[in-house]
Design a protein around this ligand. Structure first.
Ligand SMILES: Nc1ncnc2c1ncn2[C@@H]1O[C@H](COP(=O)(O)OP(=O)(O)OP(=O)(O)O)[C@@H](O)[C@H]1O
Length: 81
């Protein structure tokens, strides 16, 4: 889902997949697609793993996993401000 200015502008989007060799092999295409869009645009991407339920945040070329939703919200606010 793509959100722009607090509005959902697309769902089921196919994102460009990152070719980065830095991504740990445990992460598959969902995470690579999230990183890919952040490499090409100023978007941040929130990824919820279907397999583990883990929530991660991709921004620029980084992927960070959060256990605490408040910390995730704080980080998103900082990145979007
Ligand atoms: N280019 C893409 N753009 C958007 N979503 C994609 C893309 N490629 C794959 N996906 C999504 O990722 C799913 C496959 O996830 P995969 O298991 O390979 O990734 P993962 O990073 O290991 O995530 P999970 O932890 O949820 O398994 C696809 O069913 C699809 O929903």
């Amino acid at each position: 889902m793509i959100v722009e200015d607090n509005k959902i502008t697309a769902t089921r989007a196919i994102l460009p997949v990152s070719n980065s060799k830095q991504i740990p092999s445990r992460f598959g295409l969902r995470h690579r697609a999230a990183l890919g869009i952040t490499e090409r645009t100023n978007a941040i991407a929130v990824i919820v793993s279907e397999e583990t339920g883990q929530v991660s945040l991709a921004h620029e070329e980084e992927l960070e996993t959060f256990q605490d939703e408040n910390k995730l919200a704080e980080k998103m606010k900082t990145l979007l401000s």
